[in-house]
Design a protein around this ligand. Structure first.
Ligand code: PPS
Length: 270
C-alpha cells in the first residue's frame, strides 16, 4: 500500500497529493456562490464535462480550450498545485474534484456553489481505470478514491438540491446536445443554435483526442513513461468485452446489495 496516501479511510495516489493539503481543503477551503464544481468518481467522464463547460463559457469559441491545459482551466481541488492557484483566483471558479462526500470542503454545504456530478456504469469505470492506471509509473494496487459505491451513494443523497445537477456518461453519450442544453440551464447560460453546434463539435471524442491541451499528452514522462491515453475508447458497455460471465454475475450481486434503496431509473445503462 506504499503507493497510496491514506486519508479518512480513502486511498489517494501518492503523486500530486499531500495529507496536509487534503485536510486543509476539507476544513478551510471557502467556496464562493459563483463557483462551479465538476465532481466525479474517476474515469466517469470528468474531462469531457470540463471541456463542455469551458466551451459553454466561451460560447463555443475553441480558443481557450486549445491554448490552456485542461487542469489549469479547471484545477483539481485536492491536488497540490491547484490549491494555491484556486484560493488566489478571482471571480467565478471552475473546479474539478473526485473527493468523496465526507472529505469535501465543509464550506460547500452552506454555499450556493454549483456541483455537476457525473456517474457512469461502474463496470465501464473499472475497465477504463484498469487501462489508465496501468500506464502510470506508480503501480496502483487498489482503487484510488475508495469505493465507487460509497462515493456514488453519498453524493446521490444531494440529488434533490437546486445547486446539484446529476448527469450520467451514458445520457451525455446518447444525446449530447440535450445534455449541453441542460447544463446551460443549470448554469444560467444561453447559447444560440450555432454556438451550441460549436460546443458539440469541439467537445467530441475526436476533437478532444486531437487537442493536446485536453488529451493528457502534456503529462511528463516521469509520471507516464509510455504516455497516457485518456481518450481511450469513449464508448458505453465496453465492460462486456472484458468481464467474464462469472464476473458480471458477481458484480450484479454486489451492485444490487450496495445500491439497494435507490430508484433503478437512476442507473440506466447496459
Ligand atoms: S479521469 O482520469 O478520472 O479524470 O478520467 P475521466 O475524464 O473521468 O474519464 C475518462 C473516460 O472518459 C472518456 N471520454 C470521453 N468519452 C466520450 N467523449 C468524449 N469527448 C470523452 N472525453 C473523455 C475517455 O475516453 C475515458 O473512457 P474510456 O472508456 O477509457 O475510453
Amino acid at each position: 500500500m506504499s503507493d497510496y496516501l491514506w486519508f479518512e479511510g480513502i486511498p489517494f495516489p501518492i503523486i500530486e497529493y499531500e495529507k496536509e493539503i487534503i485536510e486543509e481543503i476539507h476544513n478551510k477551503f471557502v467556496f464562493r456562490d459563483e463557483d462551479t464544481v465538476i465532481l466525479t468518481y474517476p474515469k466517469s467522464g470528468t474531462n469531457w464535462l470540463i471541456e463542455i463547460v469551458c466551451l459553454i463559457q466561451t460560447k463555443g469559441d475553441p480558443n481557450w480550450i486549445q491554448s490552456v491545459p485542461i487542469w489549469d482551466r479547471s484545477p483539481w481541488l485536492e491536488s497540490q498545485g491547484a490549491y494555491p492557484l484556486l484560493i488566489n483566483k478571482e471571480g467565478p471558479r471552475l473546479i474539478t474534484s473526485h473527493l468523496p462526500f465526507h472529505i469535501f470542503p465543509k464550506s460547500f454545504f452552506s454555499s450556493k456553489a454549483k456541483i455537476i456530478y457525473v456517474i457512469r456504469n461502474p463496470r465501464d469505470v473499472l475497465v477504463s481505470g484498469y487501462f489508465f492506471w496501468t500506464m502510470l509509473s506508480t503501480l496502483i494496487p487498489t482503487v484510488a478514491y475508495g469505493s465507487w459505491f460509497e462515493h456514488t451513494r453519498a453524493w446521490l443523497s444531494m440529488r434533490e438540491r437546486d445547486n446539484f445537477l446529476l448527469l450520467s456518461y451514458e445520457d451525455i453519450k446518447k444525446d449530447t446536445k440535450s445534455t449541453i442544453k441542460k447544463i446551460c440551464d443549470f448554469l444560467g447560460k444561453k447559447l444560440e443554435p450555432d454556438e451550441l453546434d460549436m460546443v458539440f463539435k469541439y467537445s467530441s471524442f475526436q476533437a478532444m483526442k486531437e487537442n493536446k491541451m485536453s488529451n493528457y499528452s502534456l503529462i511528463t514522462e516521469d509520471m507516464a513513461p509510455n504516455g497516457l491515453d485518456l481518450l481511450r475508447k469513449g464508448t458505453t458497455g465496453d465492460w462486456k468485452n472484458h468481464f467474464t460471465v462469472a464476473q458480471a454475475e458477481a458484480f450484479d450481486k454486489v451492485f444490487q446489495e450496495k445500491m439497494a434503496g435507490f430508484p433503478l431509473g437512476l442507473f440506466l445503462w447496459e
